[in-house]
Design a protein around this ligand. Structure first.
Ligand code: FAD
Length: 294
């Protein structure tokens, strides 16, 4: 099933999972359990991340296969950095053989280790170039990343939107955003996109805050805005994971309920491979749609 066809019909609910490290989940039984649990919410699709440089490539393909065998629709992430065209064509062919119809075309983060910055490029410098190449490889539904609060390297919010238009020209038909905690940032961004002529669906990326220290790190890396209400929760529960988990579930549920009621195209939850918390969030928003919905 193609995501562009799904989004035309309804607001979507989707999840992101990542391939666990082999030492943590050698036979992929852990991720299989997580996916089985997440299936309980009847998601419209499940995205599978791809390590920049492709170091988890075989596992990413195996997990896309698992998503299909569990009766769900996969969206396979693909990164551009460090790849030659033939390598991408090989991965795309493997995904096609697996039955994947949806690809999220990304640039990937530049390697941070000293000395590798200059030689990290091969045939693609931007996600839009990868999207253009993937669309030549076959009839895929292609998504792209968007940044409500700006990408760390971007020169201006206007430039970011111009690059979104470039992605659309190269075959992207929907966007998923970087995580954000500040709903007004997202709605302002969506309004600016519409005003600039970007009509494609923009799916909101939501990451539940389950541990204060972990989120502090993510905020440092992504540079996303932390509203005062969330900031005080992070301070209060910095050493209290149990209370942070409860408050974080509630915060994400409120964020999602607000966006959903205002007609967002879709909600994409960065699950961090946690199913219990994600299902609880959806239950609190009355968005749990599976057979076992409460
Ligand atoms: P691009 O769209 O290429 O943008 C990169 C930078 O270049 C931006 O600053 C942009 O403004 C600028 N730019 C774009 N086009 C041009 C142009 N023509 N001229 C000049 N400047 C330009 N990373 C992974 O490694 N694996 C994953 O699985 C993964 N999944 C992700 C999923 C989502 C939903 C999101 C939002 C991000 C994900 N990332 C992932 C992170 C992503 O790879 C990084 O944020 C990366 O730094 C940028 O990727 P991009 O696809 O947005 O790149």
């Amino acid at each position: 099933m193609r995501i562009d066809e799904l989004i035309e019909k309804k607001q979507t609910i989707s999840f992101e999972v990542f391939p666990p490290k082999p030492e943590a989940d050698a036979d992929l039984e852990g991720i299989r359990r997580t996916l089985r649990d997440l299936r309980g919410a009847n998601p419209d699709f499940v995205s599978v991340t791809y390590g920049a440089g492709g170091n988890n490539r075989p596992r990413a393909i195996d997990i896309a296969d698992m998503v299909i065998s569990l009766g769900m629709v996969p969206l396979s992430h693909l990164t551009a950095i460090g790849y030659a065209k033939e390598e991408v064509a090989g991965v795309v062919a493997a995904l096609t053989d697996t039955g994947v119809e949806n690809i999220l075309a990304l640039r990937g983060d530049k390697p941070t280790d000293a000395g590798r910055g200059a030689d990290c490029w091969k045939d693609f410098r931007k996600a839009s170039e990868l999207a253009g190449f993937v669309s030549q490889c076959g009839d895929f539904c292609i998504g792209g990343a968007a940044y409500p609060e700006g990408h760390q390297e971007s020169s201006s919010p206007e430039a970011d939107i111009e690059f979104m238009k470039e992605k659309l020209k190269k075959g992207v038909s929907f966007f998923i955003t970087q995580l954000f905690f500040d709903n007004p940032s997202f709605t302002r961004f969506a309004d600016r996109c519409r005003a600039a002529g970007v009509k494609a669906p923009i799916i909101a990326g939501i990451m539940p805050v389950l541990k204060a220290r972990q989120i502090r790190r993510i905020v440092e890396i992504s540079g996303c805005n932390v509203p005062e209400a969330l900031g005080s929760l992070l301070d209060r529960y910095i050493d209290d994971d149990r209370s942070m988990r409860e408050a974080g579930i509630e915060y994400a549920a409120e964020q999602i309920s607000y966006l959903w009621s205002r007609g967002v195209s879709g909600i994409h939850i960065y699950t961090m491979n946690k199913s219990e918390e994600v299902l609880e969030i959806l239950r609190r928003c009355n968005l749990r749609r599976g057979d076992d919905a409460i």
